[in-house]
Ligand binder design. Structure first.
Ligand code: 9YT
Length: 130
């Protein structure tokens, strides 16, 4: 069994901040744990907008606290995100993720798992490992 805490991950390689300052993500579990998914606690800062298109990954996201919204690009639909909301990107949905009036804390799971070396690309995706 593997046990680690959020506080242990803060300030390590697992603690990743977006170059544009829009978000911070603490990756509690990565590919090398061998679970088939990765698990992250992500903070989306209030008032920010991030274009995301995980073409190579499925992601499920649960809102723990704060508020924000997600807009799907293909149809322009806007969904409010509040504590208790889950959104499931089962179609690799391209979207805009917006922080609301306060920072939003999200629990995120990726399949396939993130390795920890990915960089958010121009097109909003992460590459698959070679
Ligand atoms: C909400 C969301 O898409 N989170 C993604 C996690 C974060 N960008 C990361 O850990 O790379």
């Amino acid at each position: 069994m593997i046990v680690r805490t959020y506080d242990e991950c803060v300030g390590t390689d697992r603690d990743v901040k977006a170059e544009n300052g829009n978000w911070r993500s603490v990756r509690l579990s990565l590919k090398d744990d061998g679970m088939g998914f990765s698990f992250h606690i992500t903070t989306i800062y209030a008032g920010t907008e991030t274009h995301i298109h995980y073409k190579n990954h499925f992601e499920t996201v649960y809102c723990i606290s704060g508020n924000g919204e997600i807009e799907t690009v293909k149809d322009g639909k806007v969904y409010q995100i509040r504590p208790g909301t889950v959104y499931i990107l089962n179609e690799n949905d391209e979207h805009y993720l917006r922080g609301g009036t306060e920072d939003m804390i999200l629990a995120c799971s990726f399949n396939p798992p993130i390795t920890g070396k990915e960089v958010h690309r121009e097109d909003g995706s992460y590459a698959l490992e070679d």
